[in-house]
Design a protein. Sequence first.
Length: 315
Amino acid sequence: MPLSSAESPAARWTLLVHGGAGAMTRDWLTPDQDAAGRAGLNAALDAGEAVLAGGGGALDAVEAAVRMLEDDPHFNAGRGSVFTYEGRIELDAAIMDGARRDAGAVAGVTRARNPVSLARRVMEHSPHVLLSREGADRFAKEQGVERVDPAWFETAERRRQLEELRAKPDGWYDVDMKYGTVGAVACDMHGHVAAATSTGGLTGKRWARIGDSPLIGAGTYADDRGCAVSATGAGEFFIRVGAAHEIAARMRMMGESAQEAATALFSEIGAMGGVGGVIVAAPDGGHAIYFNTPGLYRGYASAQGGRKVAIYGDE
């Protein structure tokens, strides 16, 4: 289900956010759940828009937008993240600057309130790109990143989902069929792009599983020569095709639009059995939202005054 546009050169900035793809339909969510999802998306757009409209950079904008979604317990990132099979919460995030192709990521962290900000610290204050588990938690403490007790991330609904999964002998990809990753992509008024993604992963994940979100080129990528991408969905498929980098490469090397590149990617992923969605922002203001699930929490805002939030496939 594509939605895309190429804005005029006069456009100064573009911002897109997502809150996860999955089985969301109008009869699947309650009115309260629908309203909460839309409110969270609007709050994320407000945070990113404040940066971009004030002349700030895309990197600051995507971090601000994702931090809002991480703090919102209605999304599977930060507070409100899902439980592993063993009853823990392990958080992954990544951020990338398209101007220099600098990137930072963390996987399996347990105490950083905003994993996306910890990922940015990795990018800016370490010689590495990806830190994981106990090492990433130690780095967070050393860097003075805000830390919380792991219980802060927990919600009763996520605990219920874990117990439901444990009761199903074959069911661990099945609970709610919702891939609750959150993400943001932006182009600032200087023509630079950035991307950020954050997630609690899959309900009931085992063996320290890591999905595509913190893997640069899979679930997160930004390159001023192509575009910025944040993905959500069945991460193993996005990893196998290098999804985010593939979209950027198609735009840079083949001259495809954001919509064309995203459509081509999902043709490949869909043929392999993968599902999910992407948001894409290009330096010229072009952008795309594409998903092959019934719904995707998503939002868009631009300097030209356009703003839209949506959840269902028929919006």
